[in-house]
Design a protein around this ligand. Structure first.
Ligand SMILES: [Zn+2]
Length: 335
C-alpha cells in the first residue's frame, strides 16, 4: 500500500454500576434481551444512532480525569432529542459485549489484566461501536454516541482506552459481511490512533488515514508504520490549514483505496482550548469537518460509522450535537 506522509504536518450510572454484583449483571442482561426483542419490531421507527444509559463512566471522582467526558453521550442525546432530529425519538441500544466477543481480538492475558468493574460502561460503548458498524451497512450511516478507543490494540490498552472497539468492529464486519472486503479508518481525533494501527499493520484490507497533533501523546513511531496516509499537525493548527489538509488527504486516500465501509473516529479534542488536543479548531471548523467527511461518503456511496472518541471540554457535547443536527439539515443523514 502506498504511503503518504505530510510533514507539517442521562446522567450516567452511579458508582453502583461498576461494583454491580453478578446477580445484577444477570438481571440487566435479561432486561437487555427483552428490550432488544421489542425493539426488533420497531426498527422502522428508529434512527441509526446508538446509545445506552450504561455508557456513563463515573468512579471515585476519577471521571474528572477521564478523557472521555463521562456524560458526553447523554448530553449529546439530550440535545438531539430536544432538536427533534429523530423521526420518532428512538435510537438503538446495545447490550454489553461478551467475553467471547472480546476474545475475538483481545488476548486472554490482556483481558485478565483489566479491572472488571470500572470497565463495564466501556464494554457497552464497545458493543455500541460494533452495532453501529452493522447499522451503517443497513442505513448508509450510523453514529455511536461513544466509543472510538483508538489507543487500544489486541494486547495493550492505553490513554484510557480499554477495548479495541475499532478493530472489533472492522474484524467482525470483514468476517461476517459478504459484501465488505475492505475498510478505511479516518481518524480525526487530535491524537494518533496507535491502537488500530498496531492491529492493522500490514493488513491490505484496511486503509488508515490519520490526522493528528504530532507533538502530543502517544507519539508511537512504530505504530505510524501502519498509517497509509498520515497528516501530522503542529500544535495550535487552526481551521483553514486543518480543513485544507483534510480535504487534500481524504481525496488522496479515496483515489488510492476504495473502502466498503468507513470508520470515522470523530474526536472533538481538536477544539480550541482542549487541554489534551492542543489544536485550535473552532466549533464551526468541527462542523465543516464532519460535513465534509459525511458528504464525501454520501457522494462516493460509502457506508460511514461515526464514533465520538476524545473531546475533553464541557462544550464538546454541544458541538457534537450541533454538528449532527447540521448533517441532518444538509440532507446527509437520510434513513
Ligand atoms: Zn484524543
Amino acid at each position: 500500500m502506498k504511503r503518504f506522509t505530510e510533514k507539517v504536518h442521562h446522567e450516567q450510572q452511579k458508582e453502583a454500576v461498576w461494583v454491580m454484583r453478578e446477580k445484577d449483571d444477570e438481571q440487566s442482561e435479561q432486561v437487555g434481551k427483552r428490550k432488544s426483542d421489542e425493539e426488533q419490531e420497531d426498527d422502522s421507527l428508529k434512527t441509526p444512532i446508538v446509545y445506552s444509559s450504561r455508557y456513563g463512566v463515573r468512579f471515585c471522582g476519577m471521571e474528572k480525569l477521564h478523557p472521555f467526558d463521562a456524560a458526553k453521550g447523554a448530553h449529546v442525546l439530550k440535545f438531539l432529542l430536544k432538536n427533534e432530529i429523530f423521526r420518532h425519538g428512538r435510537f438503538y441500544e446495545p447490550s454489553e459485549i461478551t467475553k467471547a466477543e472480546l476474545q475475538k481480538v483481545h488476548t486472554r492475558k490482556y483481558l485478565r489484566s483489566l479491572k472488571r468493574g470500572y470497565l463495564r460502561p466501556m464494554r457497552f460503548q464497545t458493543a455500541g461501536s460494533i452495532l453501529a458498524g452493522s447499522l451503517a451497512l443497513r442505513y448508509g450511516w450510523a453514529i455511536n454516541l461513544g466509543g472510538g478507543f483508538h489507543h487500544c490494540c489486541a494486547y495493550k490498552g492505553g490513554g484510557f482506552c480499554p477495548y479495541a472497539d475499532i478493530t472489533l468492529l472492522i474484524n467482525k464486519t470483514l468476517e461476517e459481511e459478504p459484501n465488505v472486503e475492505t475498510a478505511m479508518i479516518v481518524d480525526l481525533d487530535a491524537h494518533q490512533g496507535n491502537g488500530h494501527e498496531r492491529d492493522f499493520y500490514e493488513n491490505e484490507k484496511v486503509f488508515i488515514l490519520d490526522m493528528y497533533n504530532a507533538s502530543i501523546y502517544p507519539r508511537d513511531h512504530e505504530a505510524k508504520l501502519a498509517i497509509s496516509c498520515a497528516v501530522e499537525l503542529k500544535p495550535r493548527t487552526a481551521d483553514e490549514t486543518y480543513l485544507k489538509k483534510l480535504k487534500r488527504s481524504f481525496k488522496y486516500a479515496l483515489s488510492e483505496f476504495r473502502p466498503d465501509l468507513l470508520v470515522y473516529n470523530a474526536g472533538t479534542d481538536i477544539l480550541l482550548g482542549d487541554p489534551l488536543g492542543l489544536l485550535s479548531i473552532t466549533p464551526e471548523g468541527v462542523m465543516e469537518r464532519d460535513q465534509f467527511v459525511f458528504a464525501t461518503c454520501r457522494e462516493e456511496r460509502i457506508p460511514i460509522v461515526m464514533l465520538l472518541s476524545g473531546g475533553y471540554l464541557k462544550s464538546s457535547a454541544k458541538v457534537i450535537a450541533e454538528s449532527i443536527v447540521n448533517l441532518k439539515t444538509k440532507g446527509l443523514l437520510v434513513y
